[in-house]
Design a binder for this molecule. Structure first.
Ligand code: ZN
Length: 381
């Protein structure tokens, strides 16, 4: 075990246990060709502690040796119209408000390159993306994708924007990465950092967001503490994507020290463990009652939230997961080995309830079900 006994955000030493969620598949985004392999996927323990100084939450049982990202890891959200609208708005804002035009963009954790492609198209930018999950044959005009991790000290072309989305929460030492970017940062370069919002993850709508690859759960306060500590000046730090993300726009520079009072956030985090247990018990009863009537509950969304929900409520893997991403159809999810099907498959089933793991997509899903003629209740989990 390395430095997980200190807060990864503020460096403080006062950590308090808040929820031990037990074993979970290490890669909830992995997809398997057969059920046996999906059920044999590697598991790790989720034992969450909160920092009493800044409100940061981290998995103190995290073992980086268990996590390996490769091209089979599919975290892409770009198949959803709702997410696409958010991503388009973000790109328009970076180009319009910050003048990210005709410059070079470096992205740490570029996934399959969708964001860099959009910045290239909207602002005539070039880009370099680093991500071990890049498909080697991906070709995007003006964009170079490196199928590897970005490592502290990596030499890069001078850039006007460095983006790092949904990466910091995966790192065992996010401060080391941020600190390493400071000395070589081009003058005036903008940094755009995006992480899941712990305010959402632990709040009333976010029960299923704790996943093994996330070492850290940043709140606005703990992200600010990390950024200030590592040599950045905050231009803007807000919740985004319907409150589910935190978006920080920063530049290298000094800002006033001090950590925001984490009291309110710590109370939300404290209530989380109890609510999680109650929700699991309620859904298990609903699934059993539907089965008695000869009906079934299906889960919409074969992403991390869906995997977490399915494994908590149905560890035997009897329920189906529905997803609009055709790359997932016919494959199996880690843990229970739940099968992923296309929305059209629901026409042949007697579905009582469609459990939606993300409230943002609820209307989109209800519309698709209506088009398919599936009269199930749509319920956000
Ligand atoms: Zn802290």
């Amino acid at each position: 075990m390395t430095g997980l006994s200190s807060c990864l955000a503020c460096g403080g030493q006062r950590l308090k246990g808040v929820a031990d969620l037990g074993d979970s598949p290490v890669l909830t985004g992995a997809l398997f060709e057969d059920r046996e392999r999906a059920r044999a996927a590697v598991h790790g323990r989720l034992d969450l502690s909160a920092c009493l100084d800044c409100g940061h939450v981290q998995n103190v049982a995290f073992d980086p040796e268990l996590v390996e990202y490769d091209v089979s890891y599919d975290n892409s959200l770009h198949f959803s119209g709702t997410f696409q609208a958010y991503a388009d708005e973000l790109v328009a804002r970076l180009v319009g408000e910050y003048g990210i035009r005709g410059t070079h963009v470096v992205e740490i954790g570029s996934g399959k390159g969708d964001f860099l492609a959009a910045l290239a198209a909207a602002g005539g930018n070039t880009g370099t993306g680093y991500d071990p999950t890049v498909e080697p044959l991906t070709r995007i005009e003006g964009v170079r994708l490196v199928q590897d991790y970005f490592r502290p000290g990596e030499q890069v072309e001078p850039y006007g924007l460095l983006a790092c989305r949904h990466v910091l929460e995966h790192l065992e030492d996010p401060a080391a990465l941020l600190t390493s970017l400071v000395p070589d940062a081009p003058a005036g370069a903008l940094f755009y950092l995006e992480v899941p919002s712990a305010e959402f993850n632990f709040g009333p709508d976010g029960l299923w967001d704790c996943i093994y690859p996330h070492v850290s759960y940043f709140s606005a306060g703990s992200l600010a503490a990390l950024l200030r500590r590592t040599g950045f000046e905050i231009v803007s730090l807000e919740r985004s994507f319907h409150g589910q993300f935190l978006s920080a726009e920063v530049r290298v520079g000094h800002s006033a020290d001090g950590i925001d009072d984490p009291g309110e956030h710590l109370a939300v985090v404290d209530a989380f463990g109890r609510r999680h247990q109650e929700a699991v018990a309620r859904w298990r009863a609903d699934v059993a009652a539907a089965a008695e009537r000869g009906q079934t509950v299906v889960v919409w969304g074969a992403g991390s939230k869906g995997v977490n929900f399915l494994n908590a409520v149905d560890p035997e893997g009897t329920l189906l997961a529905v997803d609009i991403n055709p790359r997932k159809h016919g494959r199996y999810l880690p843990g229970g080995g739940h099968r992923v099907v296309a929305p059209e498959s629901l026409r042949d089933l007697d579905v009582s309830t469609v459990a939606v793991t993300n409230p943002v997509y609820r209307d989109e899903i209800a519309r698709i079900l209506a088009e398919l003629g599936v009269p199930a209740d749509v319920v956000t989990v």
